[in-house]
Design a binder for this molecule. Structure first.
Ligand SMILES: Nc1ncnc2c1ncn2[C@@H]1O[C@H](COP(=O)(O)OP(=O)(O)OP(=O)(O)O)[C@@H](O)[C@H]1O
Ligand SMILES: [Mg+2]
Length: 308
């Protein structure tokens, strides 16, 4: 797959001297959904703003569709739809007009049938004549998406599209974004919801302190960093771990009440039988057994040290 966005050695130092991006390299593939995860202040919005030409890079280059975002801003901006993090839309305008104007602003020919389709896809058709101030927060977010789609961009940036949106609506928005991908649109979203990245993304990028810590296929990431855990609850707590169990890599938890065997990443699976046999041989009685698989959230916390 070819890159639709190509970012090299990108840095951004704000006027106050704060360094928000510290040398980011990233290739975004045509047609993929890329989720950028990172804690508050990681640099996600800064990165998106530079790609969209709203903010200028301090150094480095960003190409969109082969064009430089600074030198050829009009060409790159025409390829991009942006759903900003902040809601800044004329509250007294109707849904229909807001979305229709947005197409015009980008210099695209009027196309009411397309606007109708977009509003229907985002379940906004019934609200087309409502003024924005009459809409709920989740509906306003969907209007922002409709606006960003009105000029048929090839790349859609969504900066926290579902912040403050209820679970049902969030699922509806994921479905709408999924349908977009089927039309070939490349989607880059930032999110604080791990579940959103897990559900939607083909690849996941983790950004923290202005650095891109990794970009990986979601499946490969889960396989590489995902761990599994077997927890055995003992009837009688142990004061210390018997050497035969320590030799198998087990650890004690819950003040001696729990025995933990970690496996996964291709290591330790084959030892489960030996672990159980050794516990039996030590004459220990087990009252309960549980297994647990680490989630993207665990992986994220282990990389960044905090929750997104
Ligand atoms: N105009 C500005 N001037 C100075 N510093 C800024 C400016 N805009 C952003 N920053 C700083 O740059 C860093 C990155 O901000 P950015 O908005 O890109 O983070 P983010 O990852 O989008 O965070 P969030 O998840 O909270 O939206 C922050 O420390 C922020 O304070
Ligand atoms: Mg942000």
């Amino acid at each position: 797959m070819s890159s639709i966005v190509s970012i090299q050695k990108l840095t951004k130092t704000y006027a106050n001297g704060f360094s928000a991006l510290k040398g980011v390299d990233l290739e975004i593939r045509e047609g993929e959904i890329l989720a950028l995860l990172g804690p508050n202040g990681a640099g996600k919005t800064t990165l998106i703003s530079i790609i969209c030409g709203i903010s200028v890079p301090t150094s480095g280059t960003v190409l969109v569709g082969g064009h430089d975002v600074v030198q050829e801003f009009r060409k790159t901006r025409a390829l991009i739809g942006l759903v900003p993090q902040e809601l800044t839309t004329d509250q007294f305008e109707t849904v229909w007009n807001t979305v229709t104007f947005s197409r015009g602003v980008h210099g695209a020919k009027s196309n009411p049938a397309l606007i109708e389709q977009i509003l229907k896809d985002l379940t906004l058709w019934d609200k087309r004549n409502a003024k924005l101030r009459e809409l709920s927060g989740g509906m306003k977010r969907r209007v922002l998406i409709a606006k960003a789609l009105a000029h048929e961009p090839r790349i859609l940036f969504l900066d926290e599209p579902t912040a403050g949106v209820d679970v049902e609506l969030r699922r509806g928005m994921w479905a709408a974004i999924g349908r977009l991908r089927e039309t070939g649109v490349t989607v880059i979203l930032t999110t604080h919801y791990i579940e959103e990245a897990e559900e939607m993304a083909d690849r996941i990028g983790v950004i923290s302190g202005g650095e891109l810590l990794l970009v990986e296929e979601k499946r490969a990431l889960m396989q590489k960093l995902g761990r599994k855990q077997l927890r055995l609850e003992l009837k009688e707590p142990l004061e210390s771990l018997p050497p035969t169990l320590a030799a198998l890599g087990l650890t004690l938890a819950d003040g001696g009440r729990g025995l933990v065997h970690e496996y996964g990443n291709g290591a330790g699976e084959g030892r489960i039988g030996a672990v159980l046999a050794a516990i039996e041989a030590e004459g220990l009685s087990i009252s309960d057994v549980a297994t647990r698989q680490s989630s993207l959230e665990d992986i994220f916390v282990s990389l960044v040290g905090e929750r997104p």
